[in-house]
Design a protein around this ligand. Structure first.
Ligand SMILES: Nc1ncnc2c1ncn2[C@@H]1O[C@H](COP(=O)(O)OP(=O)(O)OP(=O)(O)O)[C@@H](O)[C@H]1O
Length: 616
């Protein structure tokens, strides 16, 4: 029998007293609630998992429905329903989609929302709610995508929130309430339509300033200069020396441009533009212009691929901060000729002699690897130059891009990215006599080019640069590296395979590798039972059919092989590539790959059928 049966009849009594809409909801003992209108049951037909009753003119209280504790989806949009004082959401612990817009709900925001750990979307818009929005509770929900609270009478401010917690919020609307105060910085990337119609709300993205100084971090901030002039004594120069300096400067620039042009044409005529190996690397030794007349010895090295870049260009261009990573700070730089490059300013070098190694990395060319185009090195500065990828990183495509109008990545695109990263990493692993590993593969280190190829960035930098100790547990590090942040002796290609497995899991689940204070994504997925994969693990945002789901299951199996605890149980990247290729072309993994993987043949099924079940 279905324990939810009585609850539904109780709800019908108050919401449809004249039996006008819920006619199929009959209380005869032979009636099966799973066949009633608006109801979906679980596979065993023992509990109600979805209740959808939209635009039905239903009235009365929804209190009875709190007993439907297995509900995943509740949609009661556009009725005349109400809630009693003190109503709580807390019993709906399995709820993923909660749509209660356009009803007669009033009083405070119901308590207990922080208990709804699985919640993806909540829509309470167009009601008469009052009091404060429990923002601090909402942003703790790890799976939250949508919060719609517009057209109510909520009061209070949005302040006191410094980060969006663990959420992956992409839609947020509190417009047309009675909110006040400054909109926190974290919401500034949402559209103004999310906030309009609150008389006393101010700050970005709204146009009204809060007064008392400008906010920082917005679009109109000045772009920092990459190497700011050091404030030292500035001698006044005579007119004569000024002319002399200008003439020599112009002469030098023309000369450098000419040399650059000669080198490029020579290279193209000899090698084409895709040759590999360090022999074809071209080295230019130049003097940096230096600042305030101080002549500082610096060296510019450009690798094959004709990048028209001068020291001057590099040091004087305006630079926009992209982020601070493990090895240093990354900038987007617009060169004089309008070409955009990425410059990584290295914080600390591990070895003094880096030229040989950088030449090795600079010689690597693959369509799924972000190539090191050149570097500038002086006593104080080491700048690495890469192509700029305008489509951003895999991380930003999966987790970022907050705001309305985002199109979630479909499965074909995700599979293409997965395959690209695998190919790039596999190439790195066999290049240079198999001596290289990436050492820091994350979804932020996967950038997307204009043809939608996923390219692995920052390859092999771990070999020569020092990463700070606190990046030890970022969710991507293999277990053998975990207990000692500087355990570089254990750093191997197998560690990259583990990190790649985590990237695959991110692609499949849409979740981040690590939520602060929570189990890592890899650990969590390893604990979910196979029957629950489709409903629990896979990203809710991926539109799916049977074929897609089968492919996702295969990729999940590959990911689980990669995140095996013991390094030797993880397959080689070349094998991983073949398995992913199989999924792409045949929709399944050939048994041969399971056997050729350098793990026991039984591995695939062992990993695929874990027994425990925990919740994220
Ligand atoms: N070639 C590139 N084109 C476009 N964006 C890039 C490129 N390289 C890096 N980025 C982006 O710049 C930001 C900063 O990168 P950086 O490598 O400094 O840090 P990270 O990748 O976030 O961290 P870590 O170095 O610890 O992996 C990231 O968001 C990254 O995706």
């Amino acid at each position: 029998s279905n324990p939810d049966f009585e609850t539904l009849l109780q709800f019908k009594k108050s919401s449809d007293p004249f039996n006008q809409t819920l006619v199929s909801w009959s209380n005869s003992s032979s009636s099966d609630p799973c066949s009633w209108v608006g109801i979906t049951c679980n596979n065993e037909r023992t509990r109600i998992t979805q209740l959808v009753l939209e635009n039905q003119n239903l009235t009365g209280s929804i209190q009875a429905l709190t007993q439907l504790t297995d509900l995943r989806k509740l949609s009661l949009k556009n009725n005349n329903l109400s809630i009693p004082i003190g109503f709580s959401f807390s019993s709906w612990r399995n709820m993923k989609l909660l749509y209660l817009s356009r009803n007669q709900f009033s009083g405070k925001f119901p308590s207990g929302v922080s208990k709804l750990h699985r919640l993806h979307r909540i829509d309470l818009s167009y009601n008469q709610f009052t009091g404060e929005i429990p923002l601090a509770e909402l942003i703790q929900l790890p799976n939250l995508l949508t919060v719609r609270l517009e057209m109510n009478s909520f009061t209070g401010s949005l302040t006191g929130i410094e980060s969006l917690g663990f959420t992956s919020l992409i839609e947020f609307n509190v417009s047309r309430n009675n909110l006040e105060g400054q909109i926190p910085e974290i919401f500034s990337s949402f559209q103004d339509s999310s906030f309009v119609g609150n008389k006393n709300l101010c700050g970005k993205p709204l146009l009204n300033d809060c007064g008392g100084g400008s906010q920082s971090g917005g679009l109109n901030d000045p772009i920092p200069v990459l190497v700011p002039p050091r404030p030292k004594k500035v001698k006044k120069l005579s007119k004569k020396s000024l002319i002399l300096i200008t003439v020599s400067y112009v002469f030098l620039t023309v000369l450098m441009g000419f040399v650059g042009f000669l080198l490029c044409t020579k290279k193209f005529s000899k090698n084409g533009n895709q040759s590999n190996g360090k022999k074809s690397n071209e080295k230019k030794k130049m003097k940096s212009s230096g600042f305030e007349g101080k002549e500082e010895e610096g060296k510019m090295v450009l690798f094959n691929g004709c990048l028209d870049l001068s020291v001057d260009d590099l040091l004087k261009s305006s630079a926009e901060l992209l982020g601070k990573g493990s090895f240093g700070t990354t900038y987007k730089v617009m060169m004089n000729n309008g070409v955009l490059v990425v410059v990584k300013r290295i914080r600390e070098r591990k070895k003094k002699e880096i030229d040989g190694f950088l030449e090795e990395i600079g010689g690597l060319r693959h369509k799924n690897l972000s190539s090191l185009r050149g570097y500038y090195s002086s006593r104080e500065e080491l700048l690495l130059v890469y192509d700029y990828f305008s489509n951003g990183s895999l991380y930003s495509l999966l987790h970022g891009n907050r705001g309305l109008g985002r199109t979630p990545l479909d499965w074909v695109t995700r599979l293409r990215f997965a395959s690209g990263v695998a190919e790039g990493l596999a190439f790195l692993h066999v290049a240079n006599e198999c001596r290289l590993s990436h050492g820091n593969l994350t979804s932020a280190n996967v950038v997307i080019d204009r043809e939608s190829n996923a390219c692995v960035a920052d390859a092999a930098l771990c070999h020569i640069f020092v990463a700070p100790a606190n990046v030890a547990n970022n969710g991507y590090k293999a277990p053998e590296l975990m207990h000692n942040a500087h355990n570089y002796r254990k750093l191997s290609q197998k560690c990259d395979v583990y990190s790649f497995g985590v990237v695959l899991l991110e692609i499949l689940t849409g979740k981040m590798a690590l939520h602060e204070g929570e189990t890592s994504l890899a650990k969590w997925v390893q604990c979910v039972r196979r029957e629950e994969w489709a409903s629990e693990v896979f990203d809710f945002e991926i539109p799916r059919d049977k074929q897609t789901e089968d492919e996702m299951v295969c990729v999940l199996q590959i990911a689980l092989l990669c995140v095996a605890q013991v390094p030797n149980d993880r397959p080689k990247m070349s094998v991983v590539c073949k398995m992913i290729e199989d999924v792409k072309t045949k929709g399944r993994i050939s048994a041969t790959f399971v056997r050729t993987a350098d793990s026991p043949p039984s591995q695939l099924s062992d990993v695929a059928l874990p027994t425990q079940n925990t919740s994220f």
